[in-house]
Write a protein that binds this ligand. Structure first.
Ligand SMILES: Cc1cc2nc3c(=O)[nH]c(=O)nc-3n(C[C@H](O)[C@H](O)[C@H](O)COP(=O)(O)OP(=O)(O)OC[C@H]3O[C@@H](n4cnc5c(N)ncnc54)[C@H](O)[C@@H]3O)c2cc1C
Length: 429
């Protein structure tokens, strides 16, 4: 491999590959360093890929990408100890013009990495970046387990466990309350069962966001996504909560799968894949400094994940593109110092990446600090529905009293007001 590059990208996930496609298309000599044997080998997500950011680089993305199903229905399930409450949202417009597609990273990531190679980047696998090489306060390359690589600018796209940004002091060790540990299984149940069960056409799919159940009392949730032949099913919670509750991640998943509202979907299915991965969910207040001399940090490595909507891939792609564009500008100016690279942050401030994270900046602290939202309220709602739907000859006036008692036995009036204000403040201020 040549020794000096215009751009070194560490990590071949969506963030790194998007940066590499951007710089390689501008004829910058670009190398991507990936520790996995093939891109995607060590990656996992839920998951729904949001097409908008990808289409900026690949206009016919939906036609040519290895996607599983277009999401035509979103469901929100609240699991209680004894049952569930489901909200189902389907609209013909989603089918005509979907924005989310289910995907499997093992298929998607190698395909996307090929796009960087087609653009002219070199993608080197089985190579682990060990630390940045710094000279006179400027990052000038990366030390890997296969030798040193030099470049004008390094883009750290090394994911949730990012080493590089921490090593040069952009942030400290992530805290357990900033990281969600997700555990997932891909279970083969067959195309016919998926389409019959969820009333789906051939290429249609659903995305289910789940709260409560085994993650009750913890900040976290679960998911179920339909792929062509398989279901992706998983659960995750803050590392701090998993530790405090003395849970093992695999136990959490097993409990989740045993829940009466989940188990029927995977009964008789065949396990195809099991994986666990961190999601950086600290939110806006946890975002590190995003650049320094000769260095930018993108995607999960920069904590750019929106917990509201479970969006990560589009934040990764968008930040990768902006870092790539900033590298191109720096190349033209011949200046890779902070003075030029600060444009990267400006670009993120002007698009959905930092605007959304800033808008919902109070959501992660709210979810961390007010466990009642994911514990008491699902149970209250369940109790109310149970009382209402038990037709037992009692006059409705008495039922209403019972319902009021059911609410106040879990949250008093002051708490109800405080919780409502806190939610309104986190979402709307
Ligand atoms: C359980 C779970 C569910 C999720 N669901 C969704 C979803 O439904 N929709 C959504 O949009 N997002 C979802 N996400 C988030 C999404 O997966 C991430 O935000 C996105 O993958 C971030 O992309 P990235 O390129 O920054 O990091 P990654 O995809 O993690 O890629 C980082 C790459 O860097 C490589 N690497 C790491 N360290 C080194 C090193 N030292 N040297 C060389 N290479 C290295 C890794 O092998 C990897 O290939 C989910 C995540 C999880 C864990």
């Amino acid at each position: 491999m040549p020794e000096k590059f215009d751009v070194i990208v560490v990590g071949a996930g969506p963030a790194g590959i998007s940066a590499a496609i951007t710089t390689a298309r501008a004829k910058l000599n670009t190398i991507v360093i990936e520790r996995g044997g093939i891109p995607g080998e060590k990656n996992m997500f839920g998951g729904v890929i949001w097409k908008n950011a990808f289409e900026r680089l690949i206009p016919d993305f939906v036609k040519i990408a290895p996607l599983e199903r277009k999401v035509v229905e979103y469901q929100y399930w609240i699991l209680t100890d004894t049952g569930h409450i489901k909200i189902v949202y389907r609209d013909e417009r989603l089918s005509k013009s979907p924005s989310g597609y289910t995907a499997l990273r093992a298929k998607f990531d190698p395909w996307y990495a090929k796009k960087a190679e087609e653009a002219g980047a070199i993608v080197v696998t089985r190579t682990q970046a060990l630390k940045p090489i710094v000279q006179e306060d400027k990052v000038i390359g990366v030390e890997t387990d296969r030798g040193e690589v030099y470049g004008n600018v390094v883009i750290a796209a090394d994911g949730a466990n990012s080493l590089l940004a921490k090593q040069i002091g952009l942030h400290e060790e992530w805290k357990p309350h900033e990281m969600v540990l997700g555990v997932k299984e891909v279970v083969e149940v067959g195309r016919v069962k998926i389409e019959d069960t969820f009333k789906l056409g051939q290429d249609e799919g659903i995305a289910v966001t789940i709260v409560g159940g085994p993650v009750k009392g913890m900040t976290g949730g679960g998911f179920l996504y339909t792929n062509k032949e398989t279901l992706s099913i998983g659960v995750g919670a803050l590392l701090s909560d998993i530790t405090a509750n003395r849970k093992r991640p695999n136990e959490l998943l097993e409990e989740f799968k045993r829940h009466p509202s989940i188990s029927p979907y995977i009964k008789e299915g065949t396990l195809r894949e099991y994986s666990a991965h961190l999601i950086p969910e600290g939110g806006y207040y946890s975002i590190p400094k995003l650049y320094t001399n000769g260095f930018m940090v993108v995607g999960d490595a920069a904590m750019l994940v929106n917990v509201v909507g479970w969006e990560g891939t589009n934040f990764a792609v968008e930040s990768g593109i902006h870092a790539g564009e900033t590298a191109i500008e720096a190349h033209k100016l011949g200046d890779f110092s902070m003075k030029t690279l600060r444009n990267y942050e400006e670009k993120l401030k002007n698009c959905f990446v930092l605007r959304d994270l800033r808008k919902f900046r109070n959501v992660p602290p709210l979810m961390r600090n007010n466990k009642a939202l994911l514990t008491e309220y699902p149970e209250i709602l369940n109790d109310l529905l149970y009382i209402w739907h038990t037709v037992d000859g009692k006059p409705k006036e008495l039922k209403m009293k019972e319902m009021r008692k059911a609410i106040l036995s879990r949250r008093n009036v002051a708490q109800l007001i405080r919780d409502s204000l806190a939610v309104a403040r986190a979402l709307f201020l």
